[in-house]
Unconditional design. Structure first.
Length: 471
């Protein structure tokens, strides 16, 4: 009896240990990507694991990290979430990171760790002591052109990527399957992992992020971290740049929650402009575009006044598959006819410059309508990406790079007031001095005449006097 009980206990024990081992091993981490928070010394790490069910995440959510690749001596755990699909999304926030430092990390947990990846933090100072470079793309997808864009972005020395929506095209229309296809999300996020595991990516929702029932925006909301209380509109400071993500896919009318949030955010950003001088907005549907879909005029009517009131420097959009850059423009009126060269950069141009960056990978649209006056440059013949460099001495340089390596467009803005040209003042003074010299010369010449005249008069008087005496 005792022996039977002992055997049962041992067997149950083995089964328990076996089950615990199975539970702890988890699935292989994939789709590893980074994001930033509102706090400049943190990094968000997210990844996916393929689970057996759509409701229960059995894989651990741990990170080991450190500043030496062979000594991951710090660890952090996080949270995980699922949404009606077998991919579990894990999120860990790494706190109190040193600035300008390379960290090595691996994700997963007991039994199934990823390879070791790395990222380099940017400066933790609010006013940059070094240049920063921010990539900007939209309408990406999983095509070979999209892959080529991603590969090229790997060589661009970026600190951050902002993505203005239409990310994977997993939705009913984008996937071509008539239903939202979550495998497309998994494929996309595995494809972008090579870049997104080392450079943080921040997103704005596009129309292709909204799927039919039952998912809606849930895949987008679950798969991507965003700071603040909304996944759809949020902001953060990245050194000297205040970056705002908006949603053209949700209510933006005057007085709406999103509108009020933007108004308050821009007011605070304006108050903080001495410390963070640049303001950049990005969202999906463009306020200005002369391509296939055209300008999103309802959105523009609602929110453009806020961009103008607070003098937002750049507004970056997607949706139309090509590249287009506007002059500084408000209500279709051009505020500067300069083009922003390196020699003559824009300085307080008076209105926002709008850029459409929808040429990252999905099929390009041809421009069919004539180029409007507010449009400075447009092309839709090549795939590629854009980025802008913000220097520590007040310059912003925006570039569009085609995938063949050539520059499609670029422009400069400065926060430094151009120096007055002093030549005109000097010339006037010199002219005045010359006039004065001439006048004084004339005066002295005139003064020379009286003595000669006087001498002549005296001689004349003497001659006349002498003649009278003789006579
Ligand atoms: Fe779109």
């Amino acid at each position: 009896m005792y022996a039977k009980h002992l055997i049962c206990t041992v067997v149950i024990g083995f089964i328990g240990i076996f089950l615990i081992t199975i539970g702890a091993s988890g699935a292989e981490p994939e789709q590893i990507h980074l994001a930033v928070t509102e706090t400049q010394n943190e990094m968000v790490v997210q990844w996916g694991t393929e689970e057996d069910t759509q409701v229960s995440c059995n894989s651990p959510t741990e990170i080991e990290y450190g500043t030496e690749s062979d000594s991951l001596d710090m660890s952090q755990s996080g949270t995980n979430e699922m949404y009606d699909w077998t991919t579990c999304i894990h999120t860990v926030i790494l706190p109190e990171l040193e600035g300008d430092t390379t960290y090595y990390y691996r994700v997963g947990g007991t039994g199934e760790w990823s390879d070791v990846y790395s990222f380099t933090t940017h400066s933790t100072l609010l006013i940059a002591d070094n240049d920063i470079r921010i990539g900007a793309i939209a309408d990406h997808g999983t095509s070979s052109n999209a892959e080529e864009t991603t590969e090229n972005m790997l060589n661009a020395d970026l600190d951050l990527v902002i993505h203005a929506g239409d990310i994977s095209y997993a939705d009913d229309i984008g996937s071509g399957n008539g239903v939202g296809d979550q495998r497309v999300w998994d494929e996309y996020q595995n494809q972008i992992e090579v870049l997104a595991s080392q450079i943080p990516h921040m997103y704005a929702p596009g129309n292709h992020e909204e799927e039919g029932e039952p998912h809606g925006f849930e895949p987008y909301e679950t798969r991507f971290y965003s700071p603040g209380s909304s996944s759809f509109w949020y902001s953060f400071n990245f050194e000297g740049v205040h970056i705002i993500s908006l949603s053209t896919e949700h209510n933006y009318d005057v007085g709406s929650t999103q509108y009020s949030w933007l108004e308050n955010d821009l007011e605070a950003a304006q108050d903080n402009r001495e410390e963070v001088p640049w303001i950049v907005v990005f969202a999906h549907k463009p306020m200005y575009s002369s391509n296939n879909h055209g300008s999103e005029t309802e959105f523009r009517d609602a929110m453009e006044e806020l961009l103008y009131r607070y003098q937002v420097d750049l507004a970056i959009w997607g949706h139309d598959h090509g590249y287009e850059r506007s002059y500084p423009v408000y209500q279709e009126e051009i505020y500067s006819d300069m083009t922003g060269t390196e020699e003559e950069p824009y300085y307080q141009p008076g209105a926002t410059i709008h850029i459409v960056v929808g040429m990252a990978g999905r099929s390009l649209y041809d421009f069919e309508d004539p180029q409007p006056e507010w449009s400075y440059y447009r092309e839709a013949s090549d795939y590629g990406y854009t980025y802008f460099t913000v220097t520590n001495d007040g310059l912003l340089h925006y570039e569009y790079l085609r995938n063949d390596g050539t520059v499609g467009d670029d422009f400069w803005i400065t926060k430094n007031e151009p120096e007055e040209e002093p030549e005109v003042v000097i010339d006037e003074e010199e002219n005045n001095n010359e006039n004065l010299t001439d006048e004084s010369n004339n005066v002295s010449k005139e003064n020379e005449i009286p003595p000669i005249g006087m001498l002549t008069t005296i001689i004349t008087i003497l001659i006349v006097s002498s003649a009278r005496k003789r006579s």
